[in-house]
Design a protein around this ligand. Sequence first.
Ligand SMILES: *Cc1c(COP(=O)(O)O)cnc(C)c1O
Length: 395
Amino acid sequence: MKVEFYGHVRQYHNIQKEIDANIKQVLESGAYVMGPMLKQLETELAQYHGTKHAIGVGNGTDAIWLALMALGVGPGDEVITHPNTFFATAEAIWIAGATAVFVDCCPKTKCICPEKIAAAITPKTKAIIPVHLYGQCADMKAIRKIADQHKLFVIEDNAQAIGAHGNGFRIGELSDAATTSFIIQKNLGTFGDSGALVTNNAELDRKIRKLRNHGSDKRNVHSYGFNSRLDDLHAGVLSAKLKRIDAWNDNRRKWAARYTEGLKGCGNLDLPVELPGYRHVYHLYVVETKRPEQRDALVKFLNDQGVDAKTHYSIAIHQQQGYPWGKGARLAGPVPNAEANAACCVSLPMFPELLAEEVDYVIAKVREWDLANAATATKELGAARSAATCPCCKC
Ligand SMILES: *Cc1c(COP(=O)(O)O)cnc(C)c1O
């Protein structure tokens, strides 16, 4: 059996009529950029998040640096994030001209550790960017508290968790802005690049609207700005899909529960952890091998068996030679949890349109690998993970 990692074409076929109708509507309207379909999507996104404003932009990376820039965060300012994320989080800090300071993640959730944020704050710190990694929210209540104490901005990198919520908080509620990406791999994705921000701050909304459109909010009048817009064709696709996002995330949660039940007792693996009261939307279902040398072996075994397993992200940002470290970007301290995450992560196929027999096949193959490695199995967590118990989320 072959099991895909993403089901893009399956998803398109399932709602082809609505997508095609929206595309046709845009094509027939003659309004392709900054038109009524974009306005409609922005209204729907704000409603969905329960925020006052939503702004469509060119992609998820732009959304982050546009937010930083609009908040006045730039050269000389430090922005705290964590190194086990997609490269773009750190890239956006660098594009804004600010300095990235990386702290460790929590050992089980892999989201940024609030205690480590507090310890990394200097007089230059201006903002925190928590990433809702793999589809689960970071501890926004704790992060908000720290931000208030030190007067820092908070931007949620929500590229992976649209539709998630925490224990008693929503995305966009406890931050200055939450950014998202609509590239096809994400839980809500279109057939090309685009992204958005949601915010309750009217001034920020106004500034970002101007910045994304050549510094213009009035025809022929410009100030400092860029071109980072969400095309109406993509807005049409996203508007059709947004209606389904909760049902799709429910499906992801159903498959995640099936994986977790089916993989229980695998002695060479740690399984994802969902915090009580949180809605994890499983952008990715990431298991960790107990030992680093097992990561590539498991991926290869699954690939050989027709299962498209991948790693997210096997090289942490601080391990990327290509990051512009010369500009003062640094680790605030040791990051053993992030390093263990990079060294041991294996993502199993995850998308709403998976079939039960496909999930069961993946489970059977992972179990086969686990059994073949029974000699190394252990009930203990991996070395770095057992050494660290997280004082903040108790994970
Ligand atoms: C995908 C992603 C981004 C970047 O989004 P693009 O639309 O590709 O620019 C940023 N942060 C995280 C965590 C992501 O997963």
